[in-house]
Design a protein around this ligand. Structure first.
Ligand SMILES: CC(C)(COP(=O)(O)OP(=O)(O)OC[C@H]1O[C@@H](n2cnc3c(N)ncnc32)[C@H](O)[C@@H]1OP(=O)(O)O)[C@@H](O)C(=O)NCCC(=O)NCCS
Length: 286
């Protein structure tokens, strides 16, 4: 399914879907919307930086819309979804919601909220299935919340190609200056020189890796350098692993995180998370 921002050509379909009887029943505002109201709202929406309406398409069919209303002070976006009535109950709701959230959160780092009518069983099931959880139930509305959550899995030999694709995209390097050929890279993955080596997923996509070496050093590589993601990776490491026994002058009694000097963004995040810079490394010029 392709996700894109709506434009004026989508306005009429969105209007029809919005006034569909089921959509109205399940909306917090159930009255019929006039075309005049809709046109004004749609025109304002396209210009409004705090409102993002995304549409999902398969081939030439418009499947449905997902709307995000951003509250800057609270750093929360409220999300709602409406599927084209002819495409309901075919699994598209799940696909559209998941893909739209991925698209949206790649650009905005915020908490998502949804308000769902208590009797909207399908929608409740849908939001729960993609990782929202219930935070409140008041009168006839359930409030749900979603925060980015990573899934961690050990790196395996079969990941060589996937890791090579990540390596190709990597901008900041520590130990190598040039991209190795695939064969060299594959031998490296096969030999797995690290004490622990993990990949992590956001939704179903691998966005990076981290390793821990026996000298207690940690290396983190990620596609999306955002504070909540880095914080989650470090929480995972510090909760699940303990440093190796110290060896004087060789292994310190604590973990330490190695970051490329050029990766200013990651350095800022690590420092803002409360980690202390305790050494700097230099190499010869050539
Ligand atoms: C709610 C809505 C977005 C769901 O999208 P959808 O494409 O119809 O739903 P999906 O096919 O993706 O199914 C989502 C889940 O509900 C289940 N489901 C779908 N239709 C169902 C039905 N008629 N009865 C019971 N369960 C149903 C699916 O099995 C799936 O659950 P699963 O993951 O356990 O298999 C869509 O029906 C819609 O636009 N409704 C009107 C507007 C609305 O209610 N918006 C939500 C307000 S935020």
């Amino acid at each position: 399914m392709k996700i894109r921002k709506v434009d004026h050509q989508d306005s009429n379909e969105i209007y029809k879907w919005r006034n569909n009887i089921k959509s109205r029943e399940m909306s917090l505002n159930s009255r019929i919307i006039t075309i005049k109201e809709h046109n004004k709202w749609f025109k304002d929406s396209v210009k409004n930086n705090n409102r993002e309406i995304l549409i999902g398409e398969i081939d030439d069919s418009k499947i449905g819309v997902c709307r995000f209303e951003f509250n800057k002070e609270l750093n929360i976006s409220e999300v709602s979804i409406n599927i084209n009535p002819v495409f309901r109950s075919r699994g598209y709701g799940k696909e559209l919601l998941k893909n739209s959230i991925e698209y949206y959160l790649n650009k905005k780092n915020c908490i998502l909220k949804a308000q769902i009518k208590l009797d909207n069983i399908v929608s409740k099931k849908l939001f729960l299935s993609i990782g929202f959880y219930i935070v409140n139930e008041k009168k006839n509305v359930i409030e749900m919340e979603f925060k980015k959550k990573l899934k961690f899995k050990k790196v395996e030999k079969s990941d060589a190609l996937l890791l090579y694709e990540l390596l190709k995209k990597r901008v900041h390097n520590i130990s190598h200056q040039y991209l190795p050929d695939f064969e060299t890279h594959k031998n490296f993955v096969d030999s797995n020189p690290y004490l622990h080596w993990y990949k992590y997923y956001l939704f179903d996509k691998v966005i990076g890796t981290f390793y821990i070496k026996s000298d207690n050093s940690i290396g983190i590589y990620l596609d999306i350098t955002e504070e909540n993601i880095v914080s989650e990776i470090l929480d995972f490491i510090f909760t699940n692993f303990s440093p190796q026994e110290p060896i004087p002058s060789i292994v310190p009694n604590h973990f330490f995180i190695n970051i490329s000097e050029t990766n200013q963004n990651l350095k800022n995040i690590i420092e803002s998370l409360g980690y202390i810079k305790f050494q700097v490394s230099y190499k010869p010029k050539n």
